[in-house]
Write a protein that binds this ligand. Sequence first.
Ligand code: PAF
Length: 283
Amino acid sequence: MQTISDILSLREQRRQWQLDGKVIGFVPTMGNLHDGHLELVRCAREHCDVVVVSIFVNPMQFGENEDLDAYPRTLDEDKAKLRSLNVDVLFTPQAKDIYPRGLEQQTFVEVPGLSYMICGASQPGHFRGVATIVCKLFNMVQPNHAFFGEKDFQQLQVIRTMVQDLSMNLTIHGVPTRREADGLAMSSRNGYLSAEQRQLAPKVYQTLTSIAEQIQLGRRDFDKLIAEHAAALNSVGFKTDYIEIRSATSLLKPGFEELQLVILIAAFLGKTRLIDNLPVSLS
Ligand code: PAF
Protein backbone atom coordinates (compact mmCIF):
# COMPACT_ATOMS: atom_id res chain seq x y z
CA MET A 1 0.00 0.00 0.00
CA GLN A 2 1.25 3.42 -0.99
CA THR A 3 0.57 6.39 1.28
CA ILE A 4 0.15 9.62 -0.69
CA SER A 5 -0.33 13.01 0.96
CA ASP A 6 -0.01 15.45 -1.92
CA ILE A 7 -2.70 15.99 -4.49
CA LEU A 8 -0.37 16.07 -7.54
CA SER A 9 1.07 12.62 -6.77
CA LEU A 10 -2.43 11.25 -6.33
CA ARG A 11 -3.46 12.69 -9.72
CA GLU A 12 -0.39 11.13 -11.34
CA GLN A 13 -1.25 7.70 -9.89
CA ARG A 14 -4.85 8.17 -11.00
CA ARG A 15 -3.73 9.02 -14.56
CA GLN A 16 -1.66 5.84 -14.71
CA TRP A 17 -4.59 3.71 -13.52
CA GLN A 18 -6.78 5.28 -16.19
CA LEU A 19 -4.22 4.44 -18.89
CA ASP A 20 -4.20 0.85 -17.57
CA GLY A 21 -8.02 0.72 -17.78
CA LYS A 22 -8.51 0.16 -14.02
CA VAL A 23 -11.85 0.61 -12.27
CA ILE A 24 -11.24 2.81 -9.22
CA GLY A 25 -13.06 2.38 -5.90
CA PHE A 26 -12.95 5.02 -3.17
CA VAL A 27 -13.73 4.98 0.55
CA PRO A 28 -13.50 8.42 2.20
CA THR A 29 -13.01 8.30 5.99
CA MET A 30 -11.90 10.43 8.91
CA GLY A 31 -9.73 7.57 10.21
CA ASN A 32 -9.90 5.72 13.55
CA LEU A 33 -11.06 2.81 11.46
CA HIS A 34 -13.40 0.14 12.83
CA ASP A 35 -15.03 -2.85 11.22
CA GLY A 36 -17.76 -0.65 9.72
CA HIS A 37 -15.10 1.18 7.67
CA LEU A 38 -13.36 -2.08 6.81
CA GLU A 39 -16.63 -3.43 5.44
CA LEU A 40 -16.72 -0.45 3.04
CA VAL A 41 -13.19 -1.31 1.96
CA ARG A 42 -14.12 -4.98 1.45
CA CYS A 43 -17.05 -3.91 -0.77
CA ALA A 44 -14.77 -1.61 -2.75
CA ARG A 45 -12.27 -4.47 -3.18
CA GLU A 46 -15.03 -6.73 -4.49
CA HIS A 47 -16.30 -4.21 -7.07
CA CYS A 48 -13.12 -2.49 -8.24
CA ASP A 49 -9.61 -3.14 -9.58
CA VAL A 50 -7.92 -0.61 -7.33
CA VAL A 51 -9.00 0.88 -4.01
CA VAL A 52 -8.19 4.30 -2.57
CA VAL A 53 -9.03 5.11 1.07
CA SER A 54 -8.70 8.66 2.33
CA ILE A 55 -8.18 9.72 5.92
CA PHE A 56 -8.90 13.38 6.55
CA VAL A 57 -10.48 14.80 9.70
CA ASN A 58 -12.52 17.48 7.99
CA PRO A 59 -12.71 20.69 10.06
CA MET A 60 -15.51 22.05 7.88
CA GLN A 61 -18.05 19.51 9.13
CA PHE A 62 -17.40 20.04 12.85
CA GLY A 63 -19.72 22.32 14.82
CA GLU A 64 -18.54 25.05 17.16
CA ASN A 65 -19.12 22.95 20.26
CA GLU A 66 -17.58 19.79 18.80
CA ASP A 67 -13.95 19.19 19.65
CA LEU A 68 -12.05 18.75 16.39
CA ASP A 69 -8.73 18.38 18.23
CA ALA A 70 -10.10 15.58 20.40
CA TYR A 71 -11.22 13.51 17.39
CA PRO A 72 -9.30 10.20 17.65
CA ARG A 73 -6.31 9.97 15.32
CA THR A 74 -4.83 6.45 15.02
CA LEU A 75 -2.89 6.53 11.76
CA ASP A 76 -0.48 3.66 12.46
CA GLU A 77 -3.26 1.24 13.46
CA ASP A 78 -5.39 2.41 10.51
CA LYS A 79 -2.54 1.76 8.07
CA ALA A 80 -2.05 -1.79 9.37
CA LYS A 81 -5.77 -2.52 8.92
CA LEU A 82 -5.84 -1.11 5.39
CA ARG A 83 -2.70 -3.00 4.42
CA SER A 84 -4.29 -6.26 5.56
CA LEU A 85 -7.17 -5.57 3.11
CA ASN A 86 -4.82 -4.88 0.19
CA VAL A 87 -5.76 -1.25 -0.22
CA ASP A 88 -3.73 0.25 -3.08
CA VAL A 89 -3.46 3.87 -1.95
CA LEU A 90 -4.06 5.57 1.37
CA PHE A 91 -4.59 9.27 0.69
CA THR A 92 -3.84 11.50 3.69
CA PRO A 93 -4.14 15.10 2.53
CA GLN A 94 -3.23 18.01 4.81
CA ALA A 95 -5.72 20.72 5.82
CA LYS A 96 -3.45 23.41 4.32
CA ASP A 97 -3.76 21.75 0.89
CA ILE A 98 -7.48 21.05 1.17
CA TYR A 99 -8.43 24.52 2.44
CA PRO A 100 -5.50 26.73 1.31
CA ARG A 101 -7.52 29.94 1.74
CA GLY A 102 -9.00 28.91 5.09
CA LEU A 103 -12.54 27.80 5.85
CA GLU A 104 -14.13 31.25 5.69
CA GLN A 105 -13.05 31.83 2.08
CA GLN A 106 -13.72 28.30 0.88
CA THR A 107 -16.16 27.76 -2.00
CA PHE A 108 -18.73 25.29 -0.74
CA VAL A 109 -21.24 22.74 -1.97
CA GLU A 110 -24.62 22.68 -0.28
CA VAL A 111 -27.57 20.39 -0.95
CA PRO A 112 -30.54 22.54 0.04
CA GLY A 113 -33.52 21.10 1.91
CA LEU A 114 -31.97 17.77 2.83
CA SER A 115 -29.05 19.49 4.56
CA TYR A 116 -31.23 21.57 6.86
CA MET A 117 -33.49 18.88 8.36
CA ILE A 118 -32.97 16.26 11.10
CA CYS A 119 -29.18 16.12 11.82
CA GLY A 120 -28.73 19.28 9.75
CA ALA A 121 -31.17 21.15 12.01
CA SER A 122 -29.26 20.06 15.14
CA GLN A 123 -25.87 20.74 13.55
CA PRO A 124 -26.15 23.70 11.16
CA GLY A 125 -23.45 23.68 8.49
CA HIS A 126 -22.52 20.03 9.05
CA PHE A 127 -23.76 18.75 5.70
CA ARG A 128 -22.28 21.70 3.84
CA GLY A 129 -18.93 20.59 5.28
CA VAL A 130 -19.57 16.97 4.30
CA ALA A 131 -20.75 17.77 0.75
CA THR A 132 -17.84 20.16 0.18
CA ILE A 133 -15.12 17.75 1.30
CA VAL A 134 -16.67 14.76 -0.48
CA CYS A 135 -16.96 16.80 -3.70
CA LYS A 136 -13.32 17.91 -3.38
CA LEU A 137 -12.13 14.36 -2.68
CA PHE A 138 -14.13 13.06 -5.66
CA ASN A 139 -12.42 15.68 -7.83
CA MET A 140 -9.00 14.56 -6.58
CA VAL A 141 -9.49 10.78 -6.69
CA GLN A 142 -11.98 10.73 -9.62
CA PRO A 143 -13.30 7.31 -8.61
CA ASN A 144 -15.72 5.17 -10.62
CA HIS A 145 -17.37 3.91 -7.42
CA ALA A 146 -17.54 5.34 -3.88
CA PHE A 147 -18.71 3.55 -0.74
CA PHE A 148 -20.49 5.02 2.31
CA GLY A 149 -22.06 3.48 5.41
CA GLU A 150 -25.84 3.43 5.77
CA LYS A 151 -25.32 4.28 9.43
CA ASP A 152 -25.01 7.91 8.33
CA PHE A 153 -28.30 7.63 6.46
CA GLN A 154 -28.85 11.34 5.91
CA GLN A 155 -25.22 11.86 4.85
CA LEU A 156 -25.67 9.13 2.24
CA GLN A 157 -28.82 10.86 0.91
CA VAL A 158 -27.02 14.21 0.79
CA ILE A 159 -24.13 12.66 -1.17
CA ARG A 160 -26.41 10.80 -3.58
CA THR A 161 -28.33 14.04 -4.23
CA MET A 162 -25.14 16.05 -4.74
CA VAL A 163 -23.85 13.47 -7.24
CA GLN A 164 -27.13 13.56 -9.15
CA ASP A 165 -27.56 17.36 -9.03
CA LEU A 166 -23.98 18.05 -10.14
CA SER A 167 -23.96 15.28 -12.79
CA MET A 168 -20.94 13.63 -11.24
CA ASN A 169 -19.74 10.60 -13.13
CA LEU A 170 -19.55 7.88 -10.48
CA THR A 171 -21.73 5.33 -8.67
CA ILE A 172 -22.48 5.70 -4.96
CA HIS A 173 -22.89 2.51 -2.93
CA GLY A 174 -24.58 2.39 0.49
CA VAL A 175 -23.23 -0.38 2.72
CA PRO A 176 -25.35 -1.80 5.61
CA THR A 177 -24.45 -0.76 9.17
CA ARG A 178 -22.07 -3.02 11.08
CA ARG A 179 -23.13 -3.64 14.66
CA GLU A 180 -21.50 -4.93 17.81
CA ALA A 181 -22.95 -8.20 19.20
CA ASP A 182 -25.32 -6.20 21.44
CA GLY A 183 -26.65 -4.14 18.52
CA LEU A 184 -24.67 -0.92 19.00
CA ALA A 185 -23.80 0.56 15.59
CA MET A 186 -20.04 0.70 15.09
CA SER A 187 -18.74 4.26 15.23
CA SER A 188 -15.47 6.03 15.99
CA ARG A 189 -17.40 7.98 18.63
CA ASN A 190 -18.12 4.79 20.65
CA GLY A 191 -14.55 5.10 21.90
CA TYR A 192 -15.58 8.18 23.91
CA LEU A 193 -18.04 6.15 26.04
CA SER A 194 -17.22 5.23 29.65
CA ALA A 195 -17.75 1.58 30.67
CA GLU A 196 -21.10 2.52 32.20
CA GLN A 197 -22.22 4.47 29.12
CA ARG A 198 -21.12 1.59 26.88
CA GLN A 199 -23.54 -0.69 28.78
CA LEU A 200 -26.39 1.72 28.07
CA ALA A 201 -25.51 2.52 24.46
CA PRO A 202 -27.31 -0.49 22.83
CA LYS A 203 -30.59 1.07 24.05
CA VAL A 204 -30.46 3.25 20.93
CA TYR A 205 -30.77 0.22 18.67
CA GLN A 206 -33.33 -1.37 21.02
CA THR A 207 -35.40 1.81 20.70
CA LEU A 208 -35.22 1.62 16.91
CA THR A 209 -36.31 -2.02 16.85
CA SER A 210 -39.12 -1.36 19.34
CA ILE A 211 -40.49 1.52 17.22
CA ALA A 212 -40.16 -0.61 14.07
CA GLU A 213 -42.14 -3.44 15.71
CA GLN A 214 -44.90 -1.04 16.75
CA ILE A 215 -45.13 0.34 13.21
CA GLN A 216 -45.24 -3.18 11.77
CA LEU A 217 -48.07 -3.95 14.23
CA GLY A 218 -50.03 -1.06 12.71
CA ARG A 219 -49.35 1.96 14.90
CA ARG A 220 -49.52 5.22 12.97
CA ASP A 221 -49.66 7.73 15.84
CA PHE A 222 -46.03 8.55 15.16
CA ASP A 223 -45.79 11.63 17.39
CA LYS A 224 -47.00 9.66 20.41
CA LEU A 225 -44.79 6.67 19.52
CA ILE A 226 -41.78 8.94 19.31
CA ALA A 227 -42.60 10.78 22.55
CA GLU A 228 -42.97 7.49 24.47
CA HIS A 229 -39.62 6.19 23.23
CA ALA A 230 -37.79 9.48 23.78
CA ALA A 231 -39.09 9.56 27.37
CA ALA A 232 -37.91 5.96 27.91
CA LEU A 233 -34.43 6.77 26.55
CA ASN A 234 -34.19 9.92 28.66
CA SER A 235 -35.30 8.06 31.80
CA VAL A 236 -32.24 5.78 31.63
CA GLY A 237 -29.73 8.61 31.19
CA PHE A 238 -29.79 9.66 27.54
CA LYS A 239 -30.56 13.15 26.33
CA THR A 240 -32.50 12.52 23.14
CA ASP A 241 -31.64 15.00 20.39
CA TYR A 242 -34.31 13.65 18.03
CA ILE A 243 -36.25 10.58 17.09
CA GLU A 244 -37.79 10.88 13.63
CA ILE A 245 -39.89 8.60 11.45
CA ARG A 246 -39.44 9.70 7.84
CA SER A 247 -39.85 8.61 4.25
CA ALA A 248 -36.74 6.54 3.46
CA THR A 249 -36.51 8.12 0.02
CA SER A 250 -37.14 11.84 0.60
CA LEU A 251 -36.51 12.03 4.39
CA LEU A 252 -39.68 14.14 4.57
CA LYS A 253 -42.47 13.41 7.05
CA PRO A 254 -44.29 10.40 5.56
CA GLY A 255 -47.82 10.47 4.20
CA PHE A 256 -50.20 7.58 4.97
CA GLU A 257 -49.44 5.92 1.65
CA GLU A 258 -45.65 5.85 2.28
CA LEU A 259 -44.37 2.26 2.35
CA GLN A 260 -40.63 2.77 2.80
CA LEU A 261 -39.87 4.42 6.14
CA VAL A 262 -36.74 5.03 8.14
CA ILE A 263 -36.52 5.65 11.87
CA LEU A 264 -33.63 7.94 12.82
CA ILE A 265 -32.25 8.65 16.27
CA ALA A 266 -29.60 10.96 17.69
CA ALA A 267 -29.09 10.85 21.45
CA PHE A 268 -26.41 12.08 23.80
CA LEU A 269 -24.82 9.90 26.44
CA GLY A 270 -22.84 12.45 28.41
CA LYS A 271 -21.03 14.46 25.74
CA THR A 272 -21.10 11.68 23.13
CA ARG A 273 -23.74 11.98 20.44
CA LEU A 274 -24.78 8.58 19.12
CA ILE A 275 -26.72 8.29 15.88
CA ASP A 276 -28.39 5.29 14.32
CA ASN A 277 -31.27 4.42 12.02
CA LEU A 278 -33.44 1.52 10.93
CA PRO A 279 -35.35 1.24 7.65
CA VAL A 280 -38.90 -0.17 7.89
CA SER A 281 -40.56 -1.59 4.79
CA LEU A 282 -44.36 -1.84 4.88
CA SER A 283 -44.71 -3.39 1.43
O1 PAF B 1 -18.56 9.69 7.23
C1 PAF B 1 -17.44 10.25 7.41
O2 PAF B 1 -16.52 9.69 7.99
C2 PAF B 1 -17.25 11.65 6.89
O3 PAF B 1 -18.41 12.41 7.03
C3 PAF B 1 -16.73 11.70 5.44
C4 PAF B 1 -17.74 11.11 4.47
C5 PAF B 1 -15.43 10.94 5.34
C6 PAF B 1 -16.49 13.15 5.02
O4 PAF B 1 -15.53 13.76 5.84
